[in-house]
Design a binder for this molecule. Structure first.
Ligand code: NAD
Ligand code: AHE
Ligand code: ZN
Length: 369
């Protein structure tokens, strides 16, 4: 079938809106009509060429919601008409990782996903007879996409897709990192570096967890107003200080914060986030994605004296078993999604969404088909 899609033909090039060919779903696969998709910084990261797993040409996008159109052989957990959120972190329930009960990092389709392919090692997309790669197992920048059955969360059909698409990545990642990875407790102090979609979601999670002091840090002070609405007790711009931001935070708190979150993808900020965490027990959660070749460093003494460095993917959330409940929470107002949607536009304007992100003017742009 034909599908309108925004195709990344090469690193650093604007997306091109073209009509691609989409093959029917094969065994264990599902054809989904995407209704809405958010644009996450990770899409921009991969488009930039910095992603070691970036392959081109590809249909990017991984923060979507849609409706099942057709299922392939053997698919039993969803049927045509079901409302779904595609998952870049699958949940097969059977692999070593799913069975461990320790992680959401299912490996069922991860190897082929990282190569831009479906689990059988082929692609369902083409343009003028040339193959187009998939992205993160989702490719939500196409009106019609094919995903593995294990990469679909079935959600309440009453949910507003313009909002719940954000649970496909950003909001789930930030909130989940607070509850599942850091396990923030009432009264704990928190520092959040980077106040985009992920950082603001972490802020919302911290407020849900009844954190005490919540210090929000960004180099763009335009982000502070929304951060305060989401519960930040203090906002800091590192540019306002003539000493490293970790020293500023230690000065403000005595010994540092109980939990810090890096929501940017900058390895220098990752160091600052670790070093502003509390002597003896502070933990710092890396959420941001850093480019190829980047490495983190600190004095080992920072860890010897009790700080812990951790990372979080998709907020530690198991997509098929836990995401439907988060959609319900959004529908009852326990999770607020609407304030994240600063812009909406059609697919034709998707390059504007990237510009708005780079200019620091948007939190999330939601594309509708
Ligand atoms: P965004 O661009 O919307 O927000 C980033 C924010 O960081 C901006 O407000 C920007 O002003 C701020 N910033 C940039 N440099 C800074 C600095 N040196 N100090 C302080 N603030 C600074 O991005 P986003 O969509 O919120 O994504 C944030 C990061 O999280 C990206 O790296 C993205 O790839 C990653 N991410 C990771 C996961 C995961 O599962 N681990 C999921 C989604 C996104
Ligand atoms: N492809 C990159 C890594 C990218 C990365 O870390 N992705 C995050 C999700 S970002 C969503 O916006 C993640 O969940 N990673 C775990 C996984 O299995 O991909 C690289 O460095 O190769
Ligand atoms: Zn994302």
């Amino acid at each position: 079938m034909k599908s309108r899609a925004a195709v990344a033909f090469g690193p650093g090039k604007p997306l091109e809106i073209v009509e691609i060919d989409v093959e029917p779903p094969r065994k264990g696969e599902v054809l989904v009509k995407i209704t809405h998709t958010g644009v996450c910084h990770t899409d921009a990261f991969t488009l930039s060429g910095d992603d070691p797993e970036g392959v081109f040409p590809a249909v990017l996008g991984h923060e979507g919601a849609g409706v099942v159109v057709e299922v392939g052989e053997g698919v039993t957990s969803v049927k045509a008409g079901d409302h779904v959120i595609p998952l870049y972190t699958a949940e097969c329930g059977e692999c070593l990782f799913c069975k461990s009960g320790k992680t959401n990092l299912c490996v069922a389709v991860r190897a082929t996903q990282g190569k831009g392919l479906m689990p059988d090692g082929t692609t369902r997309f083409s343009y003028n007879g040339q193959p187009i790669y998939h992205y993160m197992g989702c490719s939500t920048f196409s009106e019609y996409t094919v995903v593995a059955e294990v990469s679909l969360a079935k959600i309440n059909p009453e949910a507003n897709h313009e909002h719940v698409c954000l649970l496909g990545c950003g909001v789930t990642t930030g909130i989940g990192a607070v509850h599942n990875t850091a396990k923030v407790q009432p009264g704990d102090s928190v520092a959040i570096f980077g106040l985009g979609g992920i950082g603001l979601a972490a802020l919302q999670g911290a407020r849900q967890a009844k954190a005490g002091r919540i210090i929000a840090i960004d180099t763009n002070p335009a982000k502070f107003e929304l951060a305060k609405k989401f519960g930040a007790t203090e906002c800091l711009n590192p540019k306002d200080y003539d000493k490293p931001i970790q020293e500023v935070i230690i000065g403000m708190t005595g010994w540092g914060v109980d939990h810090s979150f890096e929501c940017i993808g900058n390895v220098d900020v990752m160091r600052a986030a670790l070093e502003c965490s509390h002597r003896g027990w502070g933990q710092s959660i890396i959420i941001g994605v850093a480019g190829a070749g980047k490495e983190i460093s600190t004095r080992p003494f920072q860890l010897v004296t009790g700080r812990q460095w951790k990372g979080s993917a998709f907020g530690g959330v198991k997509g098929r078993s836990q995401l439907p409940g988060m959609v319900e929470d959004a529908m009852t107002g326990k999770i607020e999604l609407e304030p994240f949607v600063t812009h909406t536009m059609g697919l034709d304007d998707i390059n504007d969404a990237f510009d708005l992100m780079h200019e620091g003017k948007s939190i999330r742009t939601v594309i509708h088909y």
